[in-house]
Design a protein around this ligand. Structure first.
Ligand SMILES: [Zn+2]
Length: 137
């Protein structure tokens, strides 16, 4: 990913992170996904008093991209409030794989440390629609 795209995604993720709703954990996360069109969409974690109802930043960004008509996601960038880069949870790895198993995953720690991975590295042998004949919505 070129520097301009990285910066665009980082700005979107940080803007979303500033709006994170995390009154229970205090752990504010922002994510940005790069759609196949080149557009960037941000998301943040949204916690709930009923803890399992909470959603992660990555899935918020996916929803924003899909709502805008994106069919593929090329990359995801995630920023957390930990000094070290925070990887996506298992739930989000599966959610991301639906839109591009080969997508680039960029993790940014609050201290500025950047890690780059592929989704295939983070979720090998992922479950997907190739195992059955889904009706696409
Ligand atoms: Zn997650």
């Amino acid at each position: 990913m070129d520097e301009a795209t990285f910066q665009r995604m980082l700005d979107a993720a940080r803007a979303a992170q500033a709006n994170a709703y995390a009154p229970y954990s205090g752990f504010r996360v922002g994510a940005a996904v790069l759609g196949g069109s080149g557009a960037v969409f941000g998301g943040c974690n949204v916690e709930n008093a009923s803890y399992p109802v909470s959603t992660c930043a990555e899935r918020g960004a996916i929803s924003a991209a899909v709502a805008a008509g994106e069919k593929a996601i090329v990359a995801v960038l995630i920023v957390g409030t930990a000094a070290d880069p925070v990887p996506p949870c298992g739930f989000c790895r599966q959610a991301l794989s639906e839109f591009g198993a080969s997508m680039q995953v960029v993790l940014v720690g609050e201290g500025g440390v950047v890690k780059e991975r592929s989704l295939a590295d983070l979720l090998p042998e992922a479950f997907g629609p190739s195992f059955f004949a889904p009706r696409r919505g």
